[in-house]
Design a protein. Structure first.
Length: 724
């Protein structure tokens, strides 16, 4: 299975070249070499290595503006929260269930859990040091100060006392622990004050807990760039909360719980109702997986917390205050442009803009003539994908719109356009993935809203998440019905489209649109279609198609033909695909892997992966696109799509990769890989199991920032167009 269609139907196919077909079961092929047992890195430890690279950005004062560095500290903390809520929680479930099966890396669950805790302890202490010794002093130099209560001026303390009395105290719910009051449930990720009280009459001591409310920012603005942690304000007014009691001591703490929502779909008559019920249940009863406390916490108080939460001492992390540095997100929003990345406005793709006015052109007229390959955020999402849906909703010639929705924004114009289309009498199908992790509640709300507006809403297939990014429009035209579609690598979310790097194909290619129509019928109806001409579709076809293409590169190399594999993904974990890439490397095929996050591959290992290189690029935008390139004896096969190389993508999700045939689009993808693997580009290099950051050359000169380069290229493109 390849990305190339069986018949020529559109002008962007290079029909003048013969199709190259290689027998992938060549009986003369050499027997594969033995692969070593320790060839895989552990996926969880590799994820921690990825988050270390995020922390590297927070430390990078040379390339990253100050408020952006503070934001990367918040991203590091947020990433770690999710890692413990999902991955560590799942690992603990396996340990509790007695599942003593080693991971692909060979590590047993308990050993892996211990390794994760040890590495995490090092990382969070490093994070605290970066904040205390680097970010916080640098912010102060620019008159942005995060202060403790004792550092406030008298007028500031007076204002905070008024704020406490008027806004904070009314919503506080102090909960004491005594024989008539059991230890309260501590919600996940909440910041709490543990308070030790003394009754002045009886002399008895008592523990109490105060939850820090979320009605205000974690860092309360005092004016003039000065801030104070909300928990400090509460702590200094505990005598108002516990009147008549003596405050002996207090400390902040934070619990992380298992938040991975699970629904047994085979037993769920209605998936929507089943998930709603599970979300309600998940608010209580989830076991803790991590406890963060201040490093000066009283030993007795810590002992009580450990006992009441039933958590292992190894899962306790003692850290300097303030805990929970996700609060730094609010500082990153300060109006201090000089401390942020320079402003950048995405541009309308030139093939979707009017030459005379540089305004968005008629989408359907443009797509009749050519396919358009988009790269966000450099190419505007609003004037391409969003406009495609909005124009379809308003066009009286459009008869139907079909759309997958995995994640979208709270005020999504995509949702509004689908509702508008339905109300105008068009057939609208919305495939809403209500199992999208941490977006379940929001997606349920959108599903209800779409159903109420008359849209046909389906929730995918039992046992599978629908992760593919597809839009299909059916239009009545003078020559009959014509389909138009968009296939992307990222979600239909206008907000993240400004922060995530993604690619997408807009096309009216009849072969592709026929494939997409078949897939929608498969997802919404009873069709059992699993064969497509220009698409690879998981769970049936993506792994098999990629393996066929990798094997073909091995055969081509042995025949003396051009060969090579280039892949860009968020994560690569699938052992079968990795083994195929190892065998390609052993055969002499050059393999380049551009991986943002988890990478279970070990490059540069003698006899295994000398011909395999791995690079990682993190920066202003989150590199999110998935790209696949195969040399194919000189006629490159290139695809883009939604699938990473993980078990969940290849086996438990509906994913789509689409083949590109326009030479300009193929050249654009090739250029991206050339930039990413150029020694003059800033990136992280993986060698064995060690990541090394490279930002300067041997003379100390800064290396190329690929994202800044692409921003400049788009700006130059606009300047060149304006001068025509």
């Amino acid at each position: 299975m390849t990305f190339v269609e069986d018949e020529v139907t559109v002008q962007d196919v290079r029909a003048d070249e013969p199709t190259v077909s290689v027998d992938v079961t060549d009986p003369t092929a050499e027997a594969p070499l033995e692969l070593p047992a320790d060839r895989f890195q552990d996926r969880e430890l590799s994820w921690l290595a990825f988050n270390t690279r995020v922390l590297d950005l927070a430390r990078d004062a040379r390339r990253v503006p100050l408020l952006e560095r503070a934001k990367f500290l918040a991203i590091f903390a947020s990433n770690l929260d999710e890692f413990f809520m999902v991955r560590v929680a799942g690992l603990k479930r396996r340990i509790a269930a007695g599942v003593a099966v080693p991971s692909a890396s060979g590590m047993m669950p308990r050993d892996l859990h211990d390794a994760i805790l040890e590495r995490t302890r090092d990382l969070v202490l490093w994070q605290s040091a970066v904040f205390a010794d680097d970010i916080r002093p640098a912010l102060a130099e620019h008159d942005i100060e995060i202060l403790r209560w004792d550092e406030l001026t008298a007028p500031e303390r007076d204002r905070m006392t008024i704020l406490f009395q008027s806004r904070i105290f009314p919503v506080l719910t102090p909960l004491a622990v005594d024989p008539s009051h059991p230890f309260p449930y501590i919600s996940g990720l909440s910041v709490n004050l543990a308070v030790l009280l003394k009754n002045p009459v009886t002399g008895s001591r008592q523990f109490a807990r105060v939850k820090v409310p979320t009605i205000l920012s974690r860092f309360i603005p005092l004016g003039g760039g000065r801030f104070v942690p909300l928990e400090d304000v509460i702590a200094r007014h505990l005598d108002k909360v516990f009147t008549g009691m003596q405050i002996i001591g207090y400390s902040t703490f934070r619990v992380t719980r298992n938040e991975d929502v699970e629904v047994e779909e085979d037993d769920a008559e209605n998936l929507l109702f089943a998930l709603e019920k599970e979300l309600l249940r998940s608010k209580v009863g989830r076991p803790p997986v991590r406890l963060e406390v201040e490093d000066d916490i009283d030993d007795k108080m810590l002992e009580l917390l450990i006992g009441e939460l039933d958590i292992n001492e190894k899962e306790v992390f003692k850290l300097p205050s303030p805990l929970d540095l996700t609060g730094l997100f609010s500082l990153a929003d300060l109006d201090r442009e000089a401390l942020k990345y320079p402003s950048f406005l995405p541009k309308t793709h030139p093939e979707l803009a009017s030459v005379e006015t540089a305004q968005p052109a008629d989408m359907f007229a443009a797509l009749k003539h050519r396919d358009v390959l988009l790269q966000h955020p450099y190419d505007s999402f609003a004037t391409s994908v969003q406009r495609f849906i909005e124009q379809a909703a308003a066009d009286p010639s459009v008869l139907a719109i079909k759309q997958t929705l995995y994640r979208t924004s709270g005020d999504s114009p995509i949702i509004d356009a689908l509702i508008e289309a339905s109300q105008a009498g068009k057939q609208v199908l919305a495939l809403v993935e209500i199992k999208a992790r941490f977006d379940e509640q929001a997606n349920i709300q959108w599903a209800r809203k779409l159903e109420k507006a008359g849209c046909h809403v389906v929730y995918g297939m039992l046992g599978l998440k629908t992760h593919c990014k597809l839009s299909l429009v059916v239009r009545e035209e003078p020559k009959g019905l014509r389909r138009y579609c968009h296939i992307g690598t990222g979600n239909y979310n206008p907000k993240t489209a400004r922060m995530y790097e993604d690619m997408g194909l807009l096309t009216s290619n009849s072969v592709i649109t026929e494939d997409v129509a078949k897939l929608f019928n498969h997802l919404s109806g009873m069709s059992q279609e699993t064969t497509y001409k220009r698409l690879l579709v998981a769970p049936h076809g993506v792994r098999r198609g990629l393996l066929d293409n990798i094997e073909r590169e091995i055969t081509n190399h042995r025949a003396g033909l051009p060969s090579g594999v280039r892949i860009k993904v968020n994560s690569i974990v699938d052992e079968t695909v990795i083994d195929a890439l190892y065998r390609a490397s052993q055969a002499g095929v050059p393999v380049d892997l551009w991986v943002r996050g988890i990478c279970a591959v070990r490059p540069g290992v003698p006899g295994l992966s000398e011909n395999l290189r791995v690079r990682s690029i993190l920066g202003r935008f989150l590199e999110h696109s998935r790209l696949y390139w195969f040399a194919n004896a000189g006629r490159p096969l290139v695809g883009i799509g939604s699938s990473d190389l993980m078990h969940r993508n290849l086996d438990r999700r509906v994913e789509v990769l689409v083949g590109l045939t326009n030479p300009r689009h193929i050249a654009q993808i090739e250029r991206l890989f050339q930039l990413a693997f150029d020694a003059g580009t800033a990136s992280w290099w993986l060698e064995g199991d060690t990541w090394t950051q490279r930002t300067t050359d041997d003379h100390g000169n800064p290396l190329l920032d690929i994202q800044e380069y692409l921003i400049a290229a788009v700006s130059q493109r606009r300047t060149a167009e304006a001068s025509r």
